[in-house]
Design a protein around this ligand. Structure first.
Ligand code: GCO
Length: 472
């Protein structure tokens, strides 16, 4: 078996990370516009205000995609570009912009994959009712989705509902690394329950408006490993798996929480606040495919109560108390995996982990999978207009091989979107961490130009696409 004939060889991006044009043509502010402009919140205070100016350069970028032979391009719609206040009045220029992008992609035989929400919540909704903390968002999100379905539903077949709900809620409501920079376990669970309901409602509406389309969420899946074959380490890994993975995957794919997850949360005093009708709604949100963003795996080991207490009492341990309790009461802690390499940002590189991710999803849920992100963030150097990124080629080659193996294992993989096509703004690392096939020059003098250069990996991926993955 090999890659299916119409395998979606793609690449991905997100509105705030590429578009720029933050205050242009009627767009309203998002939480990221406000947050990244407060000094100290982002790496070297970089923002996406200009980003790589995709808003003005989309035609140039799409012609590069065509040159490469890209089969699919995943992009996100900026909610406040469509609805500057998050609800109410629609911005016609915003609607028009995405029509132009979609039309251009289709004209060049590139399948558009549209992400509805990639983190740039309208600031107005954050101000009015705390954004994802209020059930009011379910109605506003549904209305926003319906606008997109009606506008683009007859042009776009593949849709991603929420991008990495597990990441934007963990970073925003536990780790204080994203807006709104909070840290509270109960709030984190509330926000996730509300986002789950919004996701289910969006999918329920999708069925009515885009009956021929396919939709699924994108989950940042880091499969868990046990540090050793010691049964206590395996149990620790399984607890971590409930909290890191099944807390979302089960709700998406089965429309209900795992009883073990509920119990783990209950044991530290955290409850999922169900209201009438929630259970029924979650069941209506079963997706057509599971979107998987894969970067790394996570390893866990068991610790004794004594060590747990020591960790809790460590000076400088700023982890919020009920998170600490969860980690230590259930006695699982992250551990080092000596068998894997690391990126420049210490992210685990583990191609077999991708195969494991795809197999676990297939075995537990038996859903088709769209790999919505995977890629290597690295420091690239531009020399004489060239970037020799053999390390990226190596990385992608290993991961594509893992996908091929998983297809042979019996997984149904619809496509593969690398992260990313062009270099773009990294939420926490500004512009120095590059992921793209296309280098974007952001040097002081050339910043205005934001000139594009094809990296070696550009030509390599072109060859892979052209041979439908045979030429690995
Ligand atoms: C970064 C990250 C992101 C994410 C993406 C998640 O460095 O900022 O890698 O680019 O991968 O936005 O969906």
């Amino acid at each position: 078996m090999n890659f299916q004939k119409n395998f979606l060889w793609g690449s991905a991006s997100a509105a705030y990370q590429i578009e720029g044009a933050a205050n242009i043509d009627g767009k309203g502010p998002s939480i990221w516009d406000i947050y990244s402009n407060i000094p100290g919140n982002t790496f070297k205070n970089t923002t996406g205000e200009v980003a790589i100016d995709f808003y003005h350069k989309y035609e140039e970028d799409i012609s590069l995609m065509k040159e490469m032979g890209l089969k699919a391009y995943r992009f996100s719609v900026s909610w406040p570009r469509i609805l500057p206040k998050g609800k109410g009045e629609i911005n016609p220029k915003g609607i028009e912009f995405y029509h132009k992008v979609i039309d251009k992609l289709i004209e060049n035989n590139i399948e558009p994959i549209l992400t509805i929400y990639h983190w740039d919540l309208p600031q107005a909704l954050q101000d009015e009712y705390g954004g994802w903390e209020s059930r009011k968002i379910i109605e506003d999100f549904t209305n926003y989705c319906k606008i997109l379905y009606k506008e683009y539903g007859n042009k776009v077949k593949y849709w991603v509902s929420l991008n990495e709900q597990n990441i934007f809620t963990s970073l925003g409501y536990l780790l204080k690394l994203h807006p709104p920079k909070k840290s509270n376990m109960q709030t984190f669970i509330n926000v996730n329950h509300i986002a789950n309901l919004a996701n289910a409602k969006a999918i329920e509406e999708f069925r009515k408006h885009v009956p021929n389309g396919l939709i699924g969420p994108s989950f940042a899946y880091g499969p868990t490993y046990a540090k050793s074959a010691h049964p206590k380490d395996v149990l620790a890994m399984e607890n971590a798996q409930e909290i890191n993975n099944f807390l979302w995957l089960d709700v998406y794919a089965r429309g209900e929480y795992s009883p073990l997850t509920i119990n783990l949360l209950k044991s530290i005093g955290i409850t999922i606040n169900f209201q009438d009708g929630d259970k029924e709604l979650l069941k209506k949100g079963i997706p057509d495919f599971m979107g998987v963003n894969y970067y790394s795996t996570a390893t866990y080991r068991h610790i004794t109560r004594k060590v747990a207490n020591e960790i809790n009492n460590q000076k400088g341990n700023t982890v919020q108390s009920d998170v600490k309790e969860l980690l230590t009461d259930k006695l699982f802690v992250p551990a080092k995996n000596e068998f894997v390499r690391l990126t420049d940002w210490n992210w685990v590189i583990d191609p077999d982990g991708l195969r494991i991710a795809l197999r676990r999803i297939t075995s537990r849920y038996n859903l088709p999978i769209l790999i919505t992100e995977n890629g290597l963030g690295a420091y690239d150097t531009l020399e004489d207009g060239k970037v020799h990124d053999d390390y990226r080629i190596e990385y992608l080659k290993e991961h594509i091989t893992a996908i091929k193996d998983s297809i042979n294992d019996g997984c149904n993989v619809l496509g593969y979107c690398t992260w990313s096509f062009q270099d773009l703004f990294s939420w926490l690392n500004g512009y120095s961490k590059r992921y793209g096939f296309v280098f974007v020059d952001r040097d002081e003098e050339s910043q205005k130009e934001l000139k594009r250069y094809k990296k070696d990996s550009f030509y390599w991926y072109k060859k892979i696409i052209n041979s439908n993955g045979e030429d690995l």
